[in-house]
Design a protein around this ligand. Structure first.
Ligand SMILES: *[C@@H]1O[C@H](CO)[C@@H](O)[C@H](O)[C@H]1NC(C)=O
Ligand SMILES: *[C@@H]1O[C@H](CO)[C@@H](O)[C@H](O)[C@H]1NC(C)=O
Ligand SMILES: *[C@@H]1O[C@H](CO)[C@@H](O)[C@H](O)[C@H]1NC(C)=O
Length: 297
């Protein structure tokens, strides 16, 4: 009888310990907001403004350094939330305007403005940008272009010709200040993703989006960032989000929420984690003076 009692007590103790252990080790997430893949993990705040390294952006031509700094920036997304907004003049009145990839202004001035201070361009968008040089490369005086891509493609002696093409752009359009993101800075962007989401970017088959690069660069360069056209992270989790194009300039292109959700959930191949990225942006908003307009949140 006594032996049986001891065994039962021992089992209860072991089970209790196991429960305590597993709940504490599985409890590291702070901001679990979704049924999606990632949570925002517990971490000490990082000052992104001081996190910048020297020589993070390498000039494509000559030896200029990236010295852009603005008190106020408008980060204009490529989303069709901007269509019909009539925010163009407000955007143009902002000290600096930031755009991404091959998002045009011609024909959309009333909604997205016409000025481009900085354009952040993905390696995969270089060809689309070069196809319309008068729109993207030869429009305004002194636009800064920052090109990002896998470090093995983005260095002077890289094979494959992408760097050479960017270099030719830099030579042909002397009004432009063209930079590529340095390899060590690319690593920092990966480290930041891991720090903020708890996931290793490569092992979790994720690609950072141009939006991620652009947001971090905007925080670095601007005292205040107003983001135009970025819906809040929960937008696409609602039951029936309105169908709308992913890009304002591709009315027949893919649907925004389908693109976001498809990428977020995809496990095969490499994908952007747009919604996870937005969860992180929402956390950064208070830390770094970021506000969201159209829609506002
Ligand atoms: C940049 O290049 C110019 C001319 O090519 C040279 O005179 C100058 O010393 C260089 N500056 C730096 C910081 O390397
Ligand atoms: C850039 O635009 C100007 C007119 O604004 C034109 O004269 C020049 O040829 C263009 N440059 C290139 C390389 O297309
Ligand atoms: C936030 O933005 C406002 C308005 O542009 C600016 O005056 C203020 O200095 C910024 N705060 C920080 C902490 O950068």
């Amino acid at each position: 009888m006594v032996e049986k009692y001891v065994v039962v007590t021992a089992i209860i103790i072991v089970t209790t310990l196991l429960i305590i252990y597993s709940s504490s080790s599985g409890n590291s997430s702070l901001g679990y907001k979704s049924g999606f893949i990632y949570h925002v993990v517990n971490r000490a705040p990082l000052n992104l403004k001081k996190w910048v390294t020297k020589d993070g952006y390498l000039p494509v031509v000559g030896n200029k350094t990236m010295s852009l700094h603005c008190r106020q920036c408008a980060l204009v997304t490529s989303s069709s939330h901007l269509l019909g907004s009539e925010l163009g003049s407000q955007i143009d009145q902002t000290e600096c305007t930031i755009r991404m990839n091959d998002a045009p202004t011609t024909g959309y001035e009333a909604d997205v403005g016409s000025k481009t201070t900085l354009r952040v361009i993905a390696h995969s968008s270089v060809y689309r940008v070069i196809r319309k040089p008068q729109e993207f490369l030869n429009k305004s005086q002194g636009t800064v272009c920052i090109f990002w891509g896998p470090p093995q493609k983005m260095q002077k002696n890289s094979r494959g010709g992408l760097y050479r093409l960017i270099h030719q752009v830099g030579l042909a359009f002397s009004k432009l200040s063209a930079f590529v993101i340095a390899p060590k800075r690319m690593q920092q962007f990966d480290d930041l993703f891991q720090r903020e989401t708890g996931r290793d970017r490569k092992k979790s088959h994720s690609w950072l989006s141009t939006g991620w690069f652009t947001m971090v660069i905007a925080i670095e360069l601007c005292d205040n960032v107003q983001v135009y056209g970025m819906a809040p992270p929960h937008h696409c989790r609602e039951a029936q989000p309105k169908r709308m194009p992913y890009h304002y300039y591709e009315p027949k292109g893919p649907d925004e929420c389908r693109t976001f959700i498809g990428n977020e959930r995809a496990k095969k191949g490499n994908h952007h984690r747009f919604i996870t990225e937005k969860d992180v942006f929402a956390e950064w908003a208070q830390l770094y003076n970021i506000s969201f307009l159209q829609p506002s949140w």
